[in-house]
Design a protein around this ligand. Structure first.
Ligand code: NAD
Ligand code: DAU
Length: 331
């Protein structure tokens, strides 16, 4: 059962799983919030090993019914509110889904004695890392409402391992890029704005750093931890290489043949974490390697958005326009 499987990483993971494991059956359980999109899974309609249930992970009855009906043995939890800027505007849904929803899933894992629960977490739980790199035993010091909600979820997952012995694993991924990412996140936002010759709103001085990884590398890492990770353990998952946002923006413009004058420095994100950096030796010891450099990942991503306007254009209307106005007009 892949919760949040209609979102960006979840839908990539579902495609990856169905291709890699010819005997796996996959149930996507997704509430279809603004970020959930059945177009991400449209090519799977009629696939004999794929099923979809629309449901909320906060709804214990709906979760139980899906587990019973589809005879679930494993849950991989992608379902979450995921955009930091939205969490700064209003954290309510983040607390509900990311924390309470994870609790509901853990209770179901306990009740049905499932074989594995995997929590898809984030490098943001460590908080800002100005020097060096985070290792898995470092304390969690989240600084945004989003990061705090993901850290809260992680603490519950660890507590259910210690208290009830549930078979859980956790991955802490860095920033993903690739097909099907909702255009509120910086890379698809900048690509789609640049295609339309609109400004690229760069927060602060643009020198903040992120470890941008290709989404399928992240999916492969989750797969490896799911099959070879040790229960009760967390694994960092990223390239280990950080890029400044200004350099990412310039490269997007270069790949699209657009002028750097499209970059517009705007008011910074409150509490903006300047840098995340993760040490990934632990997952590498399981045999995982990142297959894409940042440049390769960005090039593939830019090409996908150029070739799939029919996917993203409809998203940049309605609710998105209202969000964009609230988020960027005053900047
Ligand atoms: P996304 O916002 O694209 O998709 C989230 C999905 O969850 C959507 O399909 C949405 O409909 C679903 N969802 C939301 N609330 C739900 C609920 N209450 N019940 C059921 N479904 C619900 O997210 P994403 O970027 O693909 O991230 C997926 C996961 O990976 C999240 O847990 C996120 O914290 C984590 N993560 C993301 C990144 C990244 O760079 N995007 C990096 C590391 C970790
Ligand atoms: O690190 C993993 C996390 O990466 C995930 O857990 C989150 O779900 C995901 O949203 C992402 O969080 P970030 O805050 O790092 O991603 P975002 O794309 O929002 O921003 C990336 C960087 O770009 C960050 O330094 C802020 C900056 N930025 C972002 C936006 C939206 C801008 O300069 N301008 C923008 O308009």
């Amino acid at each position: 059962m892949v919760t949040g499987g209609a979102g960006f990483i979840g839908s990539n993971f579902v495609h990856y799983l169905l291709e890699k494991y010819p005997d796996y059956r996959v149930l996507v359980f997704d509430k279809l919030t603004y970020a959930g999109n059945l177009a991400n899974l449209a090519d799977l309609a009629g696939h004999p090993r794929y099923h979809f249930v629309r449901g909320d992970i906060c709804d214990a009855e709906a979760v139980r019914a899906a587990i019973r009906q589809y005879d679930i043995d494993t849950i991989v939890n992608f379902a979450a509110e995921t955009h930091v800027d939205r969490s700064i505007m209003d954290a309510d849904a983040f607390i509900r889904t990311d924390i309470y929803g994870t609790y509901v899933l853990l209770e179901a894992v306990k009740e049905f004695r499932l074989e594995r629960f995997h929590q898809v977490s984030t490098d943001e739980v460590y908080g800002e890392v100005l020097e060096g790199s985070s290792v898995e035993t470092d304390p969690l010091r989240p600084r945004s409402p989003y990061a705090a909600s993901k850290a809260g979820a992680e603490h519950l997952v660890q507590a259910y391992f210690v208290t009830y012995g549930l078979p859980v694993t956790i991955t802490r991924g860095s920033n993903n890029i690739g097909p099907y990412q909702y255009p509120e996140k910086v890379v698809p936002l900048f690509i789609t704005n640049a295609i339309d010759d609109l400004p690229l709103p760069l927060y602060g001085d643009g020198t903040q750093q992120r470890d941008y990884q290709y989404v399928l590398d992240h999916c492969e890492g989750i797969d490896i931890v799911l099959h070879h990770g040790k229960p009760g353990e967390a694994y960092n998952l990223g390239t280990g290489v950080e890029t400044r946002n200004i350099d990412m923006a310039r490269l997007i413009l270069r790949l699209l043949g657009k002028p750097e004058s499209l970059i517009q420095f705007v008011k910074d994100r409150p509490g903006h974490d300047r840098r995340y950096s993760i040490n990934c030796d632990k997952i590498k010891a399981l045999g995982w390697r990142s297959r894409h450099t940042f440049e390769e990942a960005l090039e593939k991503t830019v090409r996908w958005y150029v070739e799939h306007e029919e996917w993203w254009r409809p998203l940049k209307s309605g609710e998105y326009k209202e969000y964009y106005r609230r988020q960027y007009l005053q900047r």
